[in-house]
Design a protein around this ligand. Structure first.
Ligand code: CA
Length: 229
């Protein structure tokens, strides 16, 4: 759940913003002073800040500037005067957006949602790239644990997926059935190397066009298996 900090000295406005944001599923905290608001903004993890401009202690301009030195978290400035907007621009504070009072609560919620999803896409783009193996028509998404053949998804059991991914991650290397068994199944597992043979057969049925002439997993007679690239 996204966490939002509102720094606003007019309590009725702060409460109104909080009510609407909570109705939309956000977790909301309020600080009524600029100095305490700034301290929390820097010390805690929030997903978005809503800052009033005129505040006791430290004003919204200063808070925004200090937040920007340390965080990329979206900042939405709230002002009572149109003149303030020019000042926000002029100071180059790095605020993501501003909204003038009086505003409709639904407009505030819409702006908050837009900034949060943009920020999540930005952060997500760096952190959450799926690890994918692609060989000819076979695509293995290691992160999502999904397998596709020519764009069509195939259902894999956990061990089938682990075995295929292990082989495909170590291409052109021959593994004995014993090696595969010890890598994919933990030592306590019941079963033996015949389990490997059974799983290879099932994987081939899913990924090979013709299981009698496998294009991906090759049998090396008397030794084991090799993933061909
Ligand atoms: Ca104020």
């Amino acid at each position: 759940m996204s966490r939002i900090l509102i720094v606003e000295d007019e309590e009725s406005i702060a409460e109104l913003e909080k009510d609407y944001l909570e109705l939309s599923g956000f977790e909301v905290e309020i600080e009524n002073r600029g100095d305490t608001g700034l301290a929390r903004a820097l010390a805690e993890d929030f997903d978005l800040f809503i800052l009033d401009l005129m505040l006791p202690g430290v004003d919204g301009f200063e808070i925004c500037k200090k937040i920007r030195k340390e965080k990329d978290t979206p900042v939405l400035m709230v002002s009572a005067k149109k003149d303030d907007i020019d000042k926000i621009h002029g100071l180059g504070l790095g605020a993501d957006d501003y909204i003038t009072k009086p505003f409709s609560p639904s407009e505030l919620v819409a702006r908050v949602k837009a900034h949060l999803s943009r920020y999540e896409r930005l952060v997500g783009g760096v952190q959450k790239k799926n690890e994918i193996i692609e060989i000819r028509g076979l695509k293995i998404d290691k992160t999502a644990r999904r397998v596709f053949i020519n764009g069509v998804e195939k259902n894999f059991t956990t061990k089938e997926f682990d075995l295929l991914t292990f082989l495909a991650s170590n291409p052109n290397r021959v593994f004995t059935k014993e090696e595969l068994f010890s890598n994919i199944w933990d030592m306590e597992s019941l079963g033996d190397i015949a389990t490997v043979t059974v799983h290879i057969k099932k994987i081939r049925e899913k990924i090979e066009a013709d299981t009698s002439k496998p294009q991906y997993i090759e049998t090396i007679w008397g030794v084991g298996y090799r993933f061909k690239v």
